[in-house]
Design a protein around this ligand. Structure first.
Ligand code: NAP
Length: 323
């Protein structure tokens, strides 16, 4: 079987396709035939080994996982001993972030407990766009929620991997959504259902006269002092953190400023690959409330090009890798 692997951190050229032995599932494990995989900013960080501090967890000098890719949708190929509840042929999906990565392959082995059944009506290429980024959007909005119909929700950094899910989920909750991103992405954001769009290169949403009930911050570009101006009385802010310093600022200073200004500013404990989140996201997909955007499809042997596409910032929707 083929898998995308790397032996070192580095530019995306370190990736290569290797021929590996067919995996044999151990106790409690399942081998999944990959129907489709998708790329996230977190995958790129993982390949590049950034931020350097994260290497404490992913391997100080060399990556501890040679395999790449977390978002997967596919079919159970083989189950190991002691696996109950999954059988060959079952359709499943997962975020493999905490269980070894490896979605960019023909086959991937994962604990049965990490796999969630996927409804028959959701195609693999659609499903594969969702687990990592869709769950981040869902958990971020939940942390700032619950969102009530008619509330004004601003998504900062709405045009990347996570943002399109956040915009559509907020709309499904009945919110009036303002989406902030680069001018090139505003058409996409309108297509996704945003009621209002802001080009961050031209306008600073924290300096306008509009205030919001909820701010979900994916771009992670503003200080607590600036953010409080954008929050309406009682407003709630949640950060999907990209920078340790910013995470610390929002975690430590956010609650203090929130108390002084009658708002709620904070971070949330991200819990990847929760079956209940995937079930909720499946419901949104089946109902047509969330329609993932696919930018381009690549084969396994085009993984370097796929990562370059993500890295370029040109992607409009998720980048798929289909074995
Ligand atoms: N616990 C946690 O909080 C947690 C857990 C997992 C992952 N993460 C992190 O969460 C992030 C996920 O975001 P993502 O995958 O959606 O990232 P992304 O694909 O890079 O999207 C970010 C978007 O923000 C835009 N942007 C850049 N500067 C901006 C500004 N000043 N104002 C508004 N928008 C701006 C970018 O546009 P341009 O193209 O113009 O730059 C891009 O469209 C990753 O960095 C990941 O590491 C956090």
């Amino acid at each position: 079987m083929r898998a995308v692997v790397r032996d070192e951190y580095g530019p995306v050229d370190v990736l290569r396709v290797a021929a590996l032995a067919r995996p044999v599932p151990g106790p409690g494990e399942v081998v999944v035939q990959v129907g489709a995989a998708s790329l996230n900013m977190g995958d790129l960080d993982h390949v590049l080994g950034r931020p350097r501090l994260a290497r404490i967890g992913t391997g100080l000098f060399r990556p501890s996982h040679s395999r790449v890719g977390v978002d997967v949708a596919g079919t159970v190929e083989e189950t190991g001993p002691d696996v109950t509840g999954l059988r060959p042929g079952d359709r499943v999906w997962a975020d493999l972030f905490e269980v070894g990565h490896g979605a960019l392959a023909d086959l991937v082995t994962a604990p049965a407990s990490a796999l969630t059944p996927l409804p028959d009506t959701v195609p693999f290429d659609v499903a594969a766009t969702v687990p990592h980024s869709g769950s981040l959007a869902l958990q971020g909005l939940r942390a700032a929620g619950p969102i009530r119909p008619g509330e004004r929700v601003l998504v900062n950094g709405a045009g990347g991997c996570v943002g399109p899910f956040a915009v559509q989920i907020a709309k499904a909750r009945g919110a009036v959504v303002t989406a902030v991103d680069h001018g090139d992405k505003l058409d996409l954001l309108r297509e996704l259902g945003a009621d209002e769009v802001i080009d961050y290169t031209r306008e600073d949403f924290t300096r306008g006269d509009r205030q919001f009930d909820v701010v979900l911050d994916i771009a992670d570009t503003r200080s607590v002092a600036a953010l409080r101006r954008a929050l309406a009385p009682g407003g709630r802010y949640a950060l999907i953190a990209r920078r340790l310093g910013s995470f610390a600022e929002k975690a430590l200073l956010g609650p203090v400023v929130g108390r002084l200004t009658g708002t709620r500013i904070g971070v949330f404990p991200w819990r990847p690959n929760q079956a209940s989140d995937l079930d909720e996201l499946a419901g949104l997909l089946v109902a047509g409330d969330v329609v993932p955007r696919i930018d381009r499809r690549y084969g396994l042997d085009e993984a370097v090009e796929a990562f370059r596409r993500l890295e370029s910032g040109q992607a409009r929707g998720k980048v798929l890798v289909v074995p």
